[in-house]
Design a protein around this ligand. Structure first.
Ligand code: PMV
Length: 305
């Protein structure tokens, strides 16, 4: 059985989402495919990321495999993952892997697809192995795709799909290798707590950015949306989760004509995104980023009617 799941970019509000604020994410076509075949023991292989673990192995991947085996509750399988996403760079590779693997293990050919709720709860168990206390945003995007607002809630998150008043032309640039999400989440949280009043004001600013951005997305206001991205980046930078390479890539994108740019995901390395007015600007911005980044991708999110 082969199944798929999306990768994602965080358009607004990463980190603040861990502390109960809303964020806006977009599923991207690049993602993961998982195939599960009967085997003599549980195995997880992702040649694209140099991963090959077996039942009983330690480390996070060994633990993730143990959770997948528990969720499948059946005969041992070899799960093979294929993906064009870079691992650990903020594009949701672990969530895409978890969701594709659960679908491959639990959903037989011709069977009713697993519900969002069931998949989200199951993938949360795998994501906890990788990220400690994940908001669940990554695997929500991996499951449903599209552009949506997300807020943590128990037992299930609040999700509101957003209508795009205009297509969005984005460039993703991988500025450098990614950092550990858990470490970056702890860095943001520590600064938030040490700087009590300022931290509260920063979270308020994140809330305001997401409100304004949701409005600008449906009203097709690309320039305003770009400005909000740049403000969002400034806040993340102030909170200590950007790096000189991410800052340089964002600055280069704006100099090349992008309406705005920000790091995306946990930061500390990994990827940034730049929003462009149209396809021509996107091509120029991508060229500028190609000179600075390890890899770039063009993303087109179509207008929704
Ligand atoms: O870098 P990623 O794809 O793991 O994104 C993490 C997003 C955070 O908001 C920093 C953490 C989370 O759990 O939402």
């Amino acid at each position: 059985m082969t199944s798929t799941a999306n990768g994602k970019v965080l358009l607004f509000g990463e980190h603040a989402v861990v502390h109960g604020c809303s964020a806006i994410a977009a599923g991207i076509p690049a993602g993961a495919r998982a195939t599960a075949r009967p085997a003599d023991s549980w195995q997880l292989a992702a040649p694209c990321w140099g991963v090959d673990v077996r039942e009983g192995d330690g480390g996070r991947l060994g633990e993730a495999l143990a959770v997948l085996a528990e969720l499948a509750d059946g005969e041992p399988k070899r799960i093979t993952i294929e993906s064009e996403l870079p691992a650990g760079a903020g594009l949701g590779s672990s969530a895409a892997m978890a969701v594709a693997a659960i679908r491959a293990l639990r959903q037989g050919d011709g069977e009713q697809p697993l519900s969002f709720d069931e998949l989200w709860q199951a993938a949360l168990r795998v994501e906890r192995v990788f990220h400690g206390n994940p908001s669940g945003l990554d695997h929500a995007a991996a499951i449903r795709g599209g552009v949506f607002r997300f807020r943590r809630n128990t037992p299930l998150p609040d999700i509101t799909p957003l209508r795009l008043g205009a297509p969005m032309y984005l460039v993703i640039g991988q500025a450098e290798a990614g950092a550990d999400t858990g470490v970056m989440v702890a860095r943001f949280s520590d600064r938030l707590q040490r700087c009590t009043r300022t931290g509260a004001a920063v979270l308020d600013a994140f809330r305001a950015i997401v409100e304004d951005a949701a409005e600008a997305i449906s009203a097709a206001e690309t320039e305003r949306l770009g400005e909000l991205m740049t403000i969002n980046h400034g806040l993340l930078q102030g909170m200590g989760v950007s790096t000189p390479a991410l800052d340089a890539a964002c600055a280069a994108a704006v100099s090349a004509g992008a309406s705005g740019a920000k790091l995306t995901g946990a930061g500390g390395g990994g990827c940034m995104i730049a929003l462009c007015e149209n396809e021509n600007v996107r091509a120029t911005v991508q060229q500028a980023l190609d000179a600075l980044c390890l890899a770039t991708w063009a993303i087109h999110l179509p207008r929704t009617t």
